[in-house]
Design a protein around this ligand. Structure first.
Ligand code: WTA
Length: 657
């Protein structure tokens, strides 16, 4: 876009702090009546029946919410349904020939699955899973990149009532093994490889390394993604996906009846302590909630070509590439590769060529687009877009306005959606046809959601003050527990603010926030030891234990420092054992150690060798100080330190002296 008024426009946008939903959007929006907030309030929890009614149930629920055993809430109790049936079968009559998944590989090939095609392949793979021994309630792990067989496998599992546990393909072999061991998962679906920036990556060797660390027998299915580019030799207990599916040609598998509260999937996520947490989501509440939020917030309609450019290996992809959009019968776009291959306009080329109507992505991507420049989107016709969304981390107003102008052409509302793996779906955001948008602020809680910003005692803070987010009422998409760890579920999420004696249960998401006079919530970031790198949650403890696992490392502290594109980046402060030398080789070994234990996303931006870490008198590492040092910020009070002299040393090192 070479608009002569551009500088003035930019100036106006920078000043403008509130934007009304564009008229053209409101005219066609799924929700336009602001009365919905009061309606949900007056009719809570029955208001959530509107979400459940978006689905087809085999038998209706008897009770909307059961709260006899808080915080183990149950939703739509007595109801029965199948998620795969809801995402596929029920669309066949009306939309069988419409596209369910429109996939583009990084090299440029396209694969299209109509609802009928997807239904066929899911049935065949469901039959194949049974054939290799998968039974109802067995956990099936998927370690796959963005290829169509991933949603096929998820829906095939849902069809036979086997919960899936998807492990992000960028995670390491060790991370795969930990998750399979933790869930006692005996089945793995993976693939030979995938494309990244033109190269075929070998994924199967990594999967096999991971299987080497699994402490029980496993059966593996391997999808051949690369064709002849990479040979894969299947070992005992490993099957070729395509052979399995061919052998089941035309098979039909009756969707298994699941109780609303039966587990649909597990998703591991990082927390304060080293072990990842297995977040459990259920069939009825989760599916209702992601369908409702897809419709209300993303404005999804069956005729859309909707694109969530996340990875299915994270919760965003589960909820808003697979389950929400498919339950609503729309077309969901999937792209395998990176946004800058072969050039930095790849995403805009996709939007242009498929006439994408909604785009949902992360602020980290938007900051990269901004850095690359407006000429890349400027090469394409993006006028098919109707709505834009962001998720995963706070978006700075400048990036928001760039997105609004250069991608949305000032015609698209932006929904800045705050939520978590644990919440299943969106919690805080404007409704795009109703709410004023304020760049940088996610917005008010969704109708029916009682999210607040409180102080350490749980009292709501005054407008403009910083506090902590809490959610003071249950919602259908909430996690039900941590897999086989009810105790940790309570201690992680409920202990901070609940008063069990008084029967008051408050969910604590561990995020800091501010609230303004209109009830708009601005998320400030995590308040626990979790770093948010490019919208991906990483536990500092996991990174630290990976570093300490490197020979020669005595102690390590990992913190998140500011980063222009990634939001946060990992800064690792490392103390070596005597006899080991600082330098290139040690640096490399530390990086490798982290990549092997977690994956390249956790790679430290900087490794700072130091003889000591700043500690309080009680021996706790002062992380806040390490963050300040990484950011080159003014340091807070250092007088409580046991070893204040170390601070200057570290500062000098970071400054590169
Ligand atoms: C952060 C991703 C600011 C937050 C769906 C949360 C956000 C964590 C936003 C969850 C947003 C997510 N604005 N921060 N719109 N959305 N976050 O589990 O710190 O991968 O706690 O779920 O991301 O990350 P998770």
């Amino acid at each position: 876009m070479s608009d002569p008024d551009e500088p003035q426009l930019e100036a106006r946008l920078v000043e403008q702090e509130a934007f009304e939903p564009p008229e053209s959007f409101v005219e066609q929006a799924n929700l336009t009546d602001p009365g919905i907030y009061d309606e949900f309030e007056e009719n809570w929890p029955e208001c959530w029946e509107a979400a459940a009614e978006l689905l087809e149930w085999e038998s209706d629920w008897d009770e909307v919410l059961v709260d006899d055993d808080e915080p183990f809430y149950e939703w739509f109790v007595g109801g029965e349904l199948n998620a795969s049936y809801n995402c596929l079968d029920r669309h066949l009559d009306d939309r069988g020939d419409e596209l369910a998944i429109l996939w583009e590989g990084e090299p440029g090939e396209t694969r299209e699955f109509t609802y009928a095609d997807l239904h066929r392949e899911v049935n065949e793979f469901a039959a194949a899973l049974r054939e290799i021994g998968v039974e109802e309630d067995d956990v099936v792990t998927m370690y796959m990149p963005m290829i169509p067989e991933l949603p096929v496998a998820m829906l095939a599992c849902a069809r036979i009532g086997a919960p899936h546990s998807v492990v992000f393909a960028g995670f390491s072999a060790d991370a795969l093994a930990t998750r399979m061991n933790s869930s006692d998962s005996e089945y793995l679906v993976t693939c030979d490889g995938y494309y990244r920036r033109g190269d075929a990556l070998d994924h199967l060797s990594k999967a096999n390394d991971g299987l080497g660390g699994v402490d029980h027998d496993t059966t593996t299915v391997v999808v051949d993604r690369l064709g002849d580019d990479l040979d894969h030799d299947l070992a005992d207990g490993q099957h070729d996906y395509h052979e399995l599916v061919e052998a089941q040609e035309g098979a039909e598998v009756e969707p298994v009846t699941r109780d609303a509260e039966d587990m649909l999937f597990l998703m591991y996520t990082s927390g304060t302590t080293g072990q990842p947490k297995g977040v459990k989501h259920t069939t009825g509440g989760y599916l209702s909630y992601v369908s409702w939020t897809s419709q209300a917030v993303l404005d999804v309609k069956p005729d859309d070509t909707y694109w969530c450019a996340a990875d299915i290996g994270w919760i965003t992809g589960h909820s808003y590439i697979v389950y929400g959009p498919l339950a609503l019968g729309t077309t969901s776009v999937m792209y395998e590769g990176t946004p800058d291959y072969p050039d930095k306009d790849r995403l805009w080329e996709i939007v242009d060529s498929y006439d994408v109507t909604q785009l949902y992505t992360a602020p980290t991507a938007i900051r990269a687009f901004m850095k690359w420049g407006a000429e890349y989107p400027g090469r394409h016709d993006l006028s098919s877009l109707r709505l834009l969304g962001t998720v995963g981390e706070p978006i700075n107003p400048r990036a928001w306005k760039w997105y609004y102008t250069h991608i949305g052409g000032e015609e698209c509302p932006i929904v800045d959606t705050w939520w978590q793996t644990e919440t299943g779906g969106m919690m805080i955001t404007t409704l795009p046809g109703i709410g004023t948008m304020k760049p940088g602020s996610a917005g008010p809680p969704l109708p029916g959601i009682d999210a607040r910003v409180v102080d350490a005692e749980g009292e709501e803070v005054a407008a403009g003050e910083a506090g902590y987010v809490t959610v003071n009422r249950p919602w259908p998409g909430m996690l039900r527990t941590l897999y086989r760890n009810d105790e940790r579920f309570i201690s992680e999420y409920w202990e901070a603010y609940s008063d069990p004696e008084a029967d008051e249960w408050v969910y604590f998401p561990e995020d800091g926030a501010k609230i303004d006079g209109d009830g708009y919530i601005t998320i400030l970031g995590r308040v626990d030891d979790v770093i948010n790198v490019s919208g991906h949650r990483l536990g500092t403890m996991e990174i630290e234990s990976a570093i300490v696992g490197v020979e020669g490392v005595a102690e390590a502290a990992a913190v998140g420092g500011d980063h222009d594109i990634k939001g946060e980046a990992v800064y690792a402060y490392v103390i070596l054992e005597e006899g080991y030398e600082e330098g290139e080789e040690m640096h490399e070994r530390i990086i490798e150690g982290v990549e092997d234990a977690i994956g390249p996303i956790a790679r430290p931006e900087e490794v700072i060798f130091t003889p000591e870490l700043p500690k309080t008198r009680s021996g706790k590492i002062m992380r806040r100080l390490l963050v300040d040092i990484a950011n080159d910020d003014e340091l807070g009070n250092t007088s409580t330190l046991r070893n204040p002299e170390v601070v200057e040393d570290i500062q000098r090192k970071v400054a590169g002296d």
